[in-house]
Structures are given as structure tokens and as C-alpha cells.
Ligand binder design. Structure first.
Ligand code: NAG
Ligand code: NAG
Ligand code: NAG
Length: 403
């Protein structure tokens, strides 16, 4: 017994001493000094595009960064030259920015920070619409800018003062596709098929397959060609993987899903991880009263209101503009688990039924032949705001990389 009591008696004073030394739990140690992360500038946070509203641009209006004479312009989107009444001067005010709007790109600062860098856009004509706005904005800070169309680029610019390249590679489906006419006359009239477009879901289009290491920023899109108006049943898409037709054959929307997944994993794999990889969500169209080939119209100066958006765009309502959100859900799914960031410009653009070229296309018979253009955007116009958001994100990325 005494052998057991002894340690207890010894423990008592130790406990007392400890209690006297530390009457209460010791305070937590202050964290080691660390540089606080810089707050994201207005426009640079992903949520800045997806929560906010359009407000009148604050007076006095800043001078335009470019005019209808910008050499990078494309006639069909040059609304002022085509005598379209001007698009209202509006700015996008993200909820996060406390009432402030995304600032207009500072072209000189942008080029200086981007010194020696290359920015590439890959996709359909909506990427071209965006690149024209970016090229014209940047040219305001470098009068020596020249056209640049190498390495498979369709349109681009070189900015000599800071040695910056910005270019667009046209690859409407992203994946490679080739026309295959029906060969012999026996088959010629079967089902009225004149031929097929073979889409190799696992092979990028020639126009960008070899530029994955050339650019420091790559922005992808596809979406506007995945419809029966581009590929009607007489000339359908047929999907191949590993050089063999996919069986059973995929419909156009399932084909889109497979191509998105396969291109996203190619980009994840082949584009170095230090490259800023962005995927732009689908640009919404605003055909009112019918499709483009059924007198659909967007001669309007009215923005849609929040409560109207679902009726216009929710696929459940089956309207003519439903494809943007359908494509977006496929994009969202394809990007899961990759290092590609979504650039979600759909929501902010859904409001802007007032900002398409409509009937002002600069060619006499264009509307009779093609219908109104309620898909592309006037420039100056909505893509300038896309540019401002994109620029904020790219600048933030470069500044972090520059240290
Ligand atoms: C884009 O943002 C809108 C508005 O927040 C959201 O409803 C939509 O789901 C987003 N799209 C994607 C593809 O994440
Ligand atoms: C891409 O580069 C590879 C390797 O240099 C070359 O074999 C191929 O022809 C190139 N493809 C295109 C479309 O330029
Ligand atoms: C478009 O409108 C014109 C003139 O009103 C009419 O003649 C034509 O049939 C319409 N086309 C379609 C496809 O609805």
C-alpha cells in the first residue's frame, strides 16, 4: 500500500505548481507573419460576372477606346459604320464591388504587365467577336500595332511596344472535322444524305493543335455550331474516336458532350499548368418571334429584366434561345476536375437584347439571305465589358506570376 500512495503524494505539488504557473490555458500563439493576399480588383473574381447588374455608365462618359476605323474591326459588327442607332452606354456593376462598375481596361497598363506574353483565343465566331474588342482596345495604347496571323491564327495583332501577341484561332467545334462526300451514286440518295462531317472527338482541329505551348493565356469556346442549322440531316456530324466510328452513333448534343470532355482533358494534359486556361461560357442569342431563318428579330433598345430571363433562356420553356444554357450545362460538366477555369459571361449577357447588330449588317441583302443577326454583338458593345472582365482576370494572373 505505501508504495502506491507515494507517487500520488508526489504528484500533488507538481500539479499545484503547474496550476500556479498556468492559471488559464495559454493564449494561442499569433500566426507567423505572412503577406496578406491582395484583394481581387473589381472584375477579377469569378463571381463578378455572375452576380451584378447593368447600370448607366457614369458621366462624363470616358472617351471611346476605339472607333469604327479600328483596323482590327469586322464590318458585320461595326454597328456605328452600319448606321445602327448607338447601343446604350452601360457598365456592369458586380455585387461584390459595392456599387462600383468593372473599370474599363487600362490598355497601357495591360500591355506593360503582359510584356512579352501571348494571349490566344480558340473557338467560334463569338471568340472572334471578343478578340476584335480586345485588339481594338489594346491598339489604343500602341499605335504601332500590326496584324498578326501566324501559327494557324485567323485574326490577331502584334503590339511591338511591349512585345505582346493577341490572336484568335478559328476552330468552331474545337475538335477536328472533315467533309466526307457520299462516294458512289448508289448511296447518293439514300436518306437524302449528301455526305457527312467526320468529327474526331479526340483530335484537336489543325488550327490549334500545335499552339498549346505557344500561349501564356488560352481562352476556349465552342457552342454556336452545334445545331441542325449548321449541320442539317443531309450533311450530319458523325463522331469518331481512336479512328473508329462511335457506336451506336451519337446525336449532335451527345456528340458535343463527348467533344467537350475530350478537349478539356486534352487541354488539361497538353497545355502547361502555368498557362492561364479559361473556358468562356456560351453567349446567349436574342431572337424574338422566331428563329434566325423565321424572321426572328432583335430590333430593340430594351434590356431584359431579371424575371424575364428564365422565360427566354430556360430550356424547360423550349424557346428559340434555349441552347445557351443547354451548352453551358455540358461545359460545366466537362470542366469538373480539370485546371480550366470557367469564364461565365452568359448571365450578364442574357440581359442585353438591345445590343446585337440586328438588321444593321452593312450589306444590302444580308438580312434577306441570313436573317437578322441576334447572335453576334455590336462593337463597341457588350464584348467590351467581357474584355474588361477578362483583362482584370488576366492582369491578376500575370501580376501574381511576376511576383
Ligand atoms: C453562370 O452564372 C449564372 C448566374 O449566377 C448561373 O445561373 C449559371 O449556372 C452559371 N453557369 C455555369 C455554366 O456555371
Ligand atoms: C503539328 O506538329 C507536329 C509535330 O511537329 C506535325 O507533325 C504536325 O504536322 C503539325 N500539325 C499541324 C496541323 O500543323
Ligand atoms: C418573314 O416575313 C416576310 C414578310 O412579312 C414573310 O413574307 C415571310 O413569309 C416570313 N418568313 C417566315 C419564314 O416566316
Amino acid at each position: 500500500m505505501p508504495r502506491r500512495r507515494l507517487p500520488l503524494l508526489l504528484l500533488l505539488p507538481i500539479t499545484l505548481t503547474l496550476f500556479l504557473l498556468f492559471p488559464s490555458p495559454p493564449p494561442p500563439r499569433p500566426p507567423p507573419h505572412q503577406p496578406q493576399p491582395q484583394p481581387l480588383p473589381c472584375g477579377a473574381a469569378p463571381s463578378d460576372a455572375t452576380a451584378g447588374r447593368w447600370v448607366p455608365t457614369r458621366e462624363p462618359l470616358p472617351p471611346p477606346l476605339y472607333t469604327s476605323s479600328c483596323p482590327f474591326h469586322r464590318n458585320a459588327w461595326n454597328c456605328p459604320r452600319n448606321s445602327r442607332p448607338p447601343v446604350a452606354a452601360l457598365s456592369w456593376a458586380p455585387a461584390r464591388c459595392g456599387g462600383g462598375a468593372v473599370p474599363r481596361i487600362d490598355a497601357a497598363e495591360f500591355l506593360a504587365v503582359a510584356r512579352g506574353r501571348r494571349i490566344g483565343l480558340v473557338g467560334d465566331s463569338l471568340s472572334e467577336n471578343l478578340v476584335v474588342a480586345l485588339l481594338c482596345a489594346l491598339r489604343s495604347a500602341d499605335g504601332g500595332a500590326s496584324k498578326w496571323k501566324r501559327r494557324g491564327a485567323w485574326r490577331g495583332g502584334y503590339f511591338p511596344r511591349d512585345d505582346v501577341i493577341v490572336a484568335y484561332h478559328r476552330a468552331v467545334l474545337l475538335a477536328k472535322y472533315t467533309w466526307q462526300p457520299v462516294e458512289n451514286s448508289k448511296e447518293l440518295h439514300k436518306d437524302g444524305i449528301k455526305g457527312t462531317y467526320r468529327v474526331d472527338v479526340d483530335i484537336p482541329a489543325d488550327e490549334w493543335v500545335n499552339v498549346t505551348r505557344f500561349y501564356d493565356v488560352l481562352i476556349f469556346n465552342t457552342g454556336h455550331w452545334w445545331g441542325l442549322d449548321k449541320f442539317p440531316k443531309e450533311t450530319p456530324l458523325v463522331f469518331y474516336r481512336g479512328g473508329k466510328p462511335i457506336e451506336p452513333p451519337l446525336g449532335i448534343y451527345d456528340g458535343l458532350k463527348v467533344v467537350l470532355k475530350s478537349m478539356a482533358s486534352y487541354i488539361e494534359r497538353e497545355v502547361p499548368s502555368k498557362t492561364l486556361k479559361l473556358w468562356r461560357s456560351q453567349s446567349p442569342r436574342h431572337f424574338y418571334g422566331g428563329e434566325w431563318d423565321h424572321n426572328g428579330s432583335c430590333v430593340s433598345d430594351r434590356l431584359l429584366q431579371e424575371h424575364e430571363l428564365d422565360l427566354w433562356f430556360d430550356p424547360r420553356f423550349g424557346g428559340v434561345n434555349k441552347e445557351a444554357r443547354l451548352v453551358n450545362s455540358a461545359i460545366q460538366e466537362a470542366l469538373i476536375g480539370t485546371d480550366i477555369q470557367l469564364l461565365n459571361l452568359t448571365y450578364m449577357s442574357e440581359f442585353r437584347a438591345d445590343a446585337h447588330p440586328a438588321i444593321w449588317l452593312g450589306k444590302k441583302d444580308a438580312v434577306a439571305v441570313w436573317g437578322q443577326d441576334c447572335m453576334h454583338w455590336c462593337l463597341p458593345g457588350v464584348p467590351d465589358t467581357w474584355v474588361d472582365i477578362l483583362a482584370a482576370r488576366i492582369l491578376h494572373h500575370f501580376k501574381q506570376a511576376n511576383g
